[in-house]
Design a protein around this ligand. Sequence first.
Ligand SMILES: [Zn+2]
Length: 324
Amino acid sequence: MLFLPAARRPSFSAHALSRFAQAFLIATLLTCFGLTAAALAQDTQPKKKVLVCSTTQIADFARQVVGDRWEVGCILSAGQDPHTHEVTSDDIALIKRADLCFQNGWNLEGHDWMGVQARNQGKPIVACVTGVKPLMIQEEHSAEDAKPVQDPHAWFDIENAMIYVTNIRNAVRDLDPDHAKEYNARAKLYLYQLRGLKQWVAQEVNRVPKQKRILITHHDAFGYFARANGFRAVSPVGWTTGELAGGSIEQRQQVVNQIRELGVKSIFLETSTKTETLEAIAKETGVKIGGALYSDAMGAPGTAGETYIGMVRENVLTIVNSLE
Ligand SMILES: [Zn+2]
């Protein structure tokens, strides 16, 4: 057997080491290249701006305007009450990511929770009611010389919803002027749809004789709808369900009296508020419950009320079918 000094012997371990080193180098390069390519690809994807809304109907308006150009987040979900909402750590985390925030305004968000959080995080915030002609209401529990407050449920007059959409369009256009044409075009289409909705509501409501247009709900969410469509809106609670809510025995009795005096056929629950008070009134007066209306929040995804147009359409059908 030929003996070679160790240094000249083809060393198995040296070969293996060298092959391993090559393989390692190639793998490392591939991995690095792969990662770099992936990272580059990610970097070249335009990062979406984030828009955070307080209520579900505002989030729907915003989506109609920005399409998929922005990520649209919403603090409240279907059926949640904005008057009584308590801010969670998830809400704060969402607002932290926002480039722009939208709220309803006029204290729909009890204690201005959306405005306070946006300002705490240094985020720009727009109140969608800006430019709406307010319906002024007297708080039931307040002193007689107290000034009336603005009813915040302005979106139920479709003309006002159109002002909300215009405010949203203007704010996103200001922040992202490069895509202004796109926002203008989407808003234009949606405003056409809202004009069509308004005409349809007027036609449907005409099925209810004027003397029967009395809308009794848990709280005063339908003042603007009533004013726009010739209804009288009555509630045992007042303009808010929060701690400023009325709900005195006298108010409840007034509702009972009106149901009896006016021969009201049906009263309505709301999907985002408690139902006990109205159920008790229905029992006491023998009046029917005509159904549940979408008031301060839209319906869950997959339901007919999952959009603003859907919520208005379903409400009008429920009201008209119960009162005509
Ligand atoms: Zn409300």
